[in-house]
Design a binder for this molecule. Structure first.
Ligand code: HEC
Length: 708
């Protein structure tokens, strides 16, 4: 009986995948299509009926062990043949009936172990009846049968590949944990990676794997090796030890031209570069690669010798620009800095002028900040790059005075002021401007829609003398350093806490296991912020310190003690510059949504995104909020976006920015929505971050009431 059913299924499947298959009702790729437009031609839900949207189904993930705390859930689900594929906030893979929200199957990549970590999506590939989901969990790439949810044994080793291998470095000394999905070109999966931000990080080389076998087909060295172009932009031996320059935000593909566009992050260590003098190609560059061979077609570096962690954070969006009646295929790129870049897809020629301008030198021993940086002259930046007296928070007198006096102590000479021991203002901060949500593009009007943050930070460099040198220390000693950097401010240098608010961490072993502690560190708890940017080595070291594991050996690193340069660390990295109440140090808006006419470089509209009603003064615009997800555009004339902490999902008129609808989700929607139809009914779905009661998070689907 089962065989017959299988045979029937096969016939059905083969019918479904004829070459003319129409995918316009589906969402088969992360951010909708290889061009990363986050656009859907569906228009059943439109300006006139969007107010009627209601919850059609909710799927709640139940894979989180009790007692865990919730983590951000950033997945943009894909939908193929009425099945929705998504990772949970714990990195399990799910297949869910897209019409009803019922679970088809789940796959646990950790095989019963705790595991976890951020994943923004998965990749679908099909040939004939062979449909596969390719996705990463930890440092493994998996190929899973889309029908059954079982790993495909002929792929790699038992259905998976160790991504720490094949990088030309000791696989045990690095960790490579992609957070965004790869992209398919023919039978290749092209994949980037997330690596450590610290000294000794893995290089961010881009790799292409054969989908059927998992064999490595090509590798593009984002840190060039001898004989490769760009090698001269580093010290001669840097390719052996430098890390980063990785693609963590995802890529886009021009299928017809066979070109893949990969935006890259900064080289490591992020805030001090004495061991990497030079421009550091292809750090912070958009690279255009031949998708079949990995050969470099062209590149553009947005930050030379990065000292600010200004990674390029999202897949670029492929657009078409009109110039003097001529259509030019272009690639648009959002950034953390608040610049929007636009290049000819074929040649890499900037389509608006970009000027190299002098920037301030570093005052720190050994550092050679690059003397100039590229400034696009158009479009105007979409996030503030300066903090004048008008930009200082105005929500209360106390807040303003506190921020002003702190500002006076800081170094700031405009964008690209290098980090300093005295403290440097950084605006935008490391969280943008733009983040990994990227942009959405309307092919009919040429509007590009993107959200942004207004979140200054302070960088404070602290020298690491020989006695505090991280490398060569025991794990315990490293952990103590990290603890003093990140945790002591609340839990006290002596771990005695500051009661009642901040608990003591002495004797932690009587209350928590190391795993429970790691999950608290990652997701935050109560008034404790999340530290999900710490890498594995930092987490393990902090655990060794908190649990008094004095004998535990530190993992080997890529450099011997002798090679390790004298180093600095940014001890206030990734913490927002806030007023004493915890609000941003800049005046509102604190988050925005922007619509740019891609041909003229003029903004059609720019509005605050999200609201803190308690800080909104009478008659003033909404305050905007920190936001962490992307927009979606539909032919119904709508922009859907959640992204904000206030748990709202909103729909705006794409032409005017007028808000047409909003609803409150069970938690914040720090993800990009998707849309599709099932039996003729259009759905809008979004991943929702969990809470104490339901830490696994959920996927919520909206649709018009049935019978309309
Ligand atoms: C901004 C202040 C702040 C910082 C910084 C901070 N914590 Fe916390 N932490 C807290 C608060 C407040 C709590 C209690 C949370 C609650 O209300 O449940 C807490 C709780 C904890 C707990 C649970 C303690 C228990 O007994 O259950 C652990 C473990 C912990 N923190 C570890 C860390 C580590 C490790 C770091 C550094 C990586 C860190 N914290 C940084 C404020 C902070």
């Amino acid at each position: 009986m089962k065989r017959i059913v299988n045979a029937l299924l096969l016939i059905l499947l083969m019918g479904a995948c004829s070459p003319e298959e129409d995918l316009s009702h589906a969402w088969p790729v992360y951010k909708s299509d290889p061009e990363s437009t986050s656009y859907s031609p569906l228009d059943q839900i439109n300006r006139s009926n969007v107010v009627q949207l209601e919850v059609a189904w909710t799927y709640q993930h139940d894979d989180v062990p009790t007692g865990t705390h919730y983590g951000k859930y950033e997945c943009n689900p894909i939908i193929v043949d009425d099945v929705l594929y998504a990772t949970s906030s714990r990195s399990w893979l799910y297949a869910i009936d897209a019409c009803t929200g019922e679970k088809r199957w789940a796959f646990d990549p950790f095989d019963g172990e705790r595991g976890g970590g951020m994943k923004r999506g998965v990749t679908y590939w099909r040939s004939g009846s062979d449909g596969r989901i390719l996705f990463t969990a930890g440092h493994y790439l998996f190929a899973v049968d889309a029908q059954t949810g079982r790993p495909i044994p002929t792929f790699g080793t038992d259905g998976r590949i160790n991504l720490n291998e094949d990088l030309g470095v000791d696989p045990d000394s690095v960790w490579v944990i992609p957070t965004s999905p790869g992209i398919i070109y023919e039978d290749l999966l092209i994949l980037g990676s997330e690596v450590s931000e610290s000294y000794g990080a893995a290089p961010g080389h881009i790799r292409a794997y054969q989908v059927q076998t998992g064999n490595l087909v090509w590798i593009f060295h984002t840190i060039p090796q001898p004989g490769e172009p760009g090698y001269e932009t580093w010290p001669p031996d840097a390719w052996k030890y430098a890390g980063g320059a990785n693609n963590w935000g995802g890529m886009s593909l021009d299928e017809e031209r066979g070109i893949v566009y990969a935006p890259l992050g900064s080289p490591t260590y992020d805030f001090y570069g004495a061991d990497r003098a030079g421009q550091n190609l292809y750090g912070n560059s958009l690279v255009a690669l031949d998708a079949r061979t990995g050969a470099l077609r062209w590149h553009f570096q947005t930050v030379h010798h990065d000292l600010w962690d200004y990674d390029l954070p999202a897949p670029p969006t492929l657009v078409t620009v009109e110039r003097n009646g001529r259509k030019i295929d272009a690639v648009s790129l959002t950034s953390k800095i608040g610049f929007l870049y636009l290049f000819d897809r074929e040649t890499g020629e900037p389509l608006f002028p970009i000027e190299e301008q002098p920037v301030p030198p570093s005052g720190v021993a050994g550092e050679q900040a690059w003397p100039t940086q590229p400034f696009p002259l158009r479009p105007a930046p979409y996030a503030r790059q300066d903090m004048t007296s008008e930009d200082v928070t105005n929500i209360s007198e106390e807040a303003r005075d506190a921020v002003r006096s702190r500002l006076q102590e800081l170094r700031f000479e405009g964008l690209f002021t290098p980090p300093d021991p005295r403290g440097t203002l950084m605006i935008p901060g490391t969280r943008g401007g733009s983040e990994w949500g990227g942009s959405a593009y309307d092919p009919n009007s040429g509007l590009l829609i993107f959200n942004a943050n207004e979140s200054p930070e302070i960088m404070t460099l602290q020298t690491q003398g020989p006695e505090t040198q991280i490398r060569g220390q025991s794990l315990y000693a490293r952990g103590e350093r990290y603890y003093l950097n990140y945790c002591a401010i609340c839990h006290g240098g002596d771990r005695r806490g500051q009661l009642p608010a901040n608990p003591a961490l002495l004797g932690l072993a009587t209350r928590l296991t190391p795993k429970e502690t790691i999950s608290k560190i990652r997701s935050g708890t109560g008034r404790m912020p999340s530290f999900d940017h710490l890498n594995q080595e930092q987490e393990e070291a902090i655990i060794a310190f908190l649990f008094d594991l004095k004998d535990k050996k530190a993992a080997p690193t890529r450099m011997t003690e002798k090679e390790a340069p004298p180093s600095y660390r940014n001890i206030t990295a990734y913490s927002f510059f806030r007023d004493p109440e915890g609000n941003p140090a800049v005046a509102p808006p604190w988050g925005t949504l922007n619509a740019l006419n891609i041909s003229t470089g003029e903004y059609a509209w720019q509005i605050p995104l999200g609201n803190h009603p308690q800080w909104q003064t009478a008659g003033a615009p909404e305050t905007g909020m920190e936001n962490w997800g992307g927009p979606m555009l539909t032919a119904g004339g709508l922009v859907f976006i959640a992204a904000t902490k206030d748990k709202k999902l909103r729909a705006f008129d794409k032409d005017t920015g007028a808000r047409l609808w909003e609803t409150t989700l069970p938690g914040p929607g720090y993800a990009t929505p998707s849309t599709y139809t099932c039996h003729g009914r259009q759905f809008v779905v979004i991943s929702v971050t969990g809470d104490e009661a339901a830490p696994g998070g959920s996927i919520v689907a909206f649709a018009l009431p049935q019978g309309e």
